[in-house]
Structures are given as structure tokens and as C-alpha cells.
Design a binder for this molecule. Structure first.
Ligand SMILES: *Cc1c(COP(=O)(O)O)cnc(C)c1O
Length: 366
């Protein structure tokens, strides 16, 4: 069934929210990723916030995060009154560098929050080992890596909590939406409550048990995902395998096109992973070349982007946390050189060629 039909069917049904489509979407994603519990939330950001609540981040607690990510990753730590501690990234793939994590862990560290940047799964085994040794939680922001694999296992059950986003720019969409995946029942229950004001019984349960009584256990939020959105999500999930095939095909074309370039390089992909290519990131030899590519491609009508400004350099962070340039030198240097070139499942071969030719001709004219 098509996306539109799936949504219309819900509009004609009795449940627009807190209905059967929510569980159906959760079960479909849990089955696909091989995890026990999936908790649907109103956005990836809400899912991150819910994860921070689930691991018990409180004022004064710290969480280790990489700077090359969307601000929502570390904002979620701030929502709970915690302090994000920024850990530099690896030069070759811009993922959090496990060898730097340990020295940032202190008595208040509650969690490591990794990001599968661009769609490349992090070194889950190494981070898992550090988290276990230090007895802290491992949260994976997998908003870029839905459908990705690490050592033959799909992203979803490799960390204590794994976060997905269904924003339209991501692999599949529910308009807005997100999920937290976990094998921990206790945390799943806490998260279900958190998305519903911290209330222990849903309307449905109250009806089932013939009672009006409910209790508010925690200070939760309204982070519910509607049945309308879940129906779209379910329909989209069926298309995910084909979306991923196309993204990986496009990545191979880009890999080949730039494999011999002196001026731009693709990020390195580990043989341990299957990449999901939310982004395709090129790294220019220097900032001038990156800027010329951005402007030159724009003139040709090709939109590119920079993912991301190191989070701690944003004015809010500098003002509130007192962060400043120099904290993560590898991330800052990379930030000046990276460019995300067009990557989406509906891109045509012709469009891929014009991106490649556009980049080649800008480089030739340097
Ligand atoms: C998209 C994204 C988010 C936030 O997801 P929303 O659904 O837009 O709230 C968080 N982290 C990363 C890495 C993302 O790419």
C-alpha cells in the first residue's frame, strides 16, 4: 500500500493518536533492527531527551559527546540539566575517537553518547568495552545510520539505547518522529511513561481495567507520535531496503569518481561496517577548496552543505558552557574542509554525473 493510502486509512479510523498504529510501527522497527523494545516519540530530539531521562541524567551529571553532530545530540544532555563533555573525533572518519574517551570520564560521567556520523556505525565493541569497564551507559545516536551494520549486526541493539529520527531528511520519514531502541524492559517502561507526561496508565489501559485512576510518577512530556505519522512510518519502512540500495550505489559512484583526487577525499569506511549513507561527505585538501566547491556548485544549481559546525562553537554553548575554539582540534580542522554533496535515494544517475563533473571542473580551475 502506498504512503498516502496508509495515512488516509488512519484518518478514516477511530484512532488518530495512541492507537494501534503506534505499536505496529514500534514492532516493525524492533523486528527490523533486532531489538526487543522500540519506543516511538514525536521526534529524534524528543527520543534523545527521553534517552537522557532513561539513563538518569540529572543536574551536575556529565555525558561524553562528539562535536561533529547535529546540536540536538548534546542539547538533550542540557535538557536534563547535564553537561556535555566534548570528545574529539578520528581524523579518517570523523567518528568519536574511543582512545580519547577514557581520559574524559570522571566521577559524574553517566553516559557516552556516540553518533554514527554520515551513516557509518561507530566502533561499538570498543565503546561498549569502555562503558562496561567504567559502569556507565552507552547511548547511540543512530539518526544517520538506520539500516547500517557493524560486524554483521544491524544498528539498534549494539548500545544500551539507540536513537532514530524519522525527519524527512533521514532514511525514512513519518513527517516528524523518532524512536529509542533498547533491550532493557525497565528503561522501555520509563520511556513510555516519559512520553506521556510521566503518567503510569494510558487511556486504553484505564478502559481495559475499568478504572479512572492513574498516577503521575515522573515529570514527563507530551512526546507522543500520532497514528497518522506511524502509518506513514510503517509504509516507509517497507521501502527502506530499496532506499539503502540506491544510497549505497550512489556512494560507490562518488567513491570511484574521487578515488584518485589530490584535492578531495572521501571519508574512510571501515571493513567492519555496512554504511547507511545518510550523508556523503567529501573532505577538501584545505578550507579554500571547500569554499570554492560550495560556491561553484551553488552556481550550477547544486546544493551542498556542511555537516557540522562543531557544536561547542555555537554562541549558546560558548556563552552558557564557556566552551571555546581549541577543545577538539581534529574536529575543528575537519569542519573547515568538509562538504556534504547530494545524497538521497531519488537522485538520478544524471544528477550524480553532474555533481561529479561540477566538482571536477571546479578543481581543474583551481
Ligand atoms: C536529525 C538528527 C537529530 C534530530 O532528529 P529530529 O527528528 O530532527 O529531532 C539528532 N541527531 C542527529 C545526528 C540527527 O541527524
Amino acid at each position: 500500500m502506498d504512503d498516502i493510502d496508509a495515512v488516509v486509512q488512519v484518518l478514516r479510523s477511530d484512532w488518530l493518536t495512541t492507537g494501534p498504529k503506534v505499536q505496529e510501527f514500534e514492532k516493525a522497527v524492533a523486528d527490523y533492527t533486532g531489538v526487543k523494545y522500540a519506543v516511538a516519540l514525536s521526534s529524534g530530539t524528543a527520543a534523545l531527551h527521553t534517552a537522557m531521562f532513561a539513563v538518569g541524567i540529572e543536574p551536575g551529571d556529565e555525558a561524553i559527546v562528539p562535536p561533529i553532530t547535529f546540536a540536538a545530540t548534546s542539547n538533550a544532555v542540557l535538557y536534563q540539566g547535564g553537561k556535555p563533555v566534548f570528545c574529539d573525533v578520528r581524523e579518517d572518519n570523523l567518528l568519536i575517537d574511543p582512545s580519547h574517551i577514557k581520559k574524559l570520564i570522571g566521577s559524574r560521567t553517566k553516559a557516552i553518547v556516540s553518533v554514527d556520523y554520515a551513516g557509518h556505525p561507530v566502533d561499538y565493541d570498543r565503546i561498549r568495552a569502555i562503558a562496561d569497564e567504567e559502569e556507565i551507559f552507552f547511548i547511540s545516536d543512530a539518526c544517520h545510520s538506520f539500516g547500517g551494520e557493524y560486524k554483521g549486526q544491524r544498528v539498534g541493539s549494539l548500545a544500551d539505547l539507540t536513537i532514530l529520527s524519522f525527519h524527512p531528511v533521514k532514511h525514512i520519514t513519518s513527517g516528524e518522529g523518532g524512536m529509542v531502541l533498547t533491550d532493557n524492559l525497565e528503561m522501555a517502561i520509563r520511556m513510555r511513561r516519559f512520553r506521556n507526561h510521566g503518567i503510569d496508565r494510558s487511556n486504553e489501559e484505564r478502559r481495559q481495567f475499568n478504572t479512572w485512576y492513574y498516577e503521575m510518577i515522573d515529570l514527563g512530556y507530551n512526546y507522543r507520535l500520532t497514528d497518522i505519522q506511524c502509518a506513514l512510518g510503517i509504509s516507509q519502512l517497507k521501502k527502506l531496503p530499496n532506499f539503502l540500495i540506491r544510497r549505497r550505489e550512489v556512494a560507490r559512484k562518488y567513491d570511484e569518481a574521487f578515488s584518485n583526487s589530490r584535492d578531495v577525499k572521501s571519508l574512510v569506511v571501515s571493513p567492519d561496517v555496512v554504511h547507511s549513507y545518510h550523508l556523503y561527505v567529501l573532505r577538501a585538501r584545505n578550507g579554500t577548496i571547500r569554499d570554492r566547491l560550495f560556491i561553484g556548485l551553488k552556481k550550477e544549481g547544486i546544493e551542498t552543505n556542511v555537516h557540522y559546525i562543531p557544536v561547542y562553537l555555537h554562541p549558546y554553548y560558548q556563552r552558557k558552557l564557556g566552551t571555546c575554539p581549541g577543545i577538539c582540534p581534529i574536529a575543528e580542522k575537519a569542519y573547515n574542509q568538509i562538504l556534504s554533496i547530494p545524497m538521497f535515494s531519488s537522485i538520478t544517475d544524471k544528477e550524480v554525473s553532474s555533481v561529479v563533473n561540477g566538482i571536477r571542473s571546479i578543481i581543474a580551475a583551481l
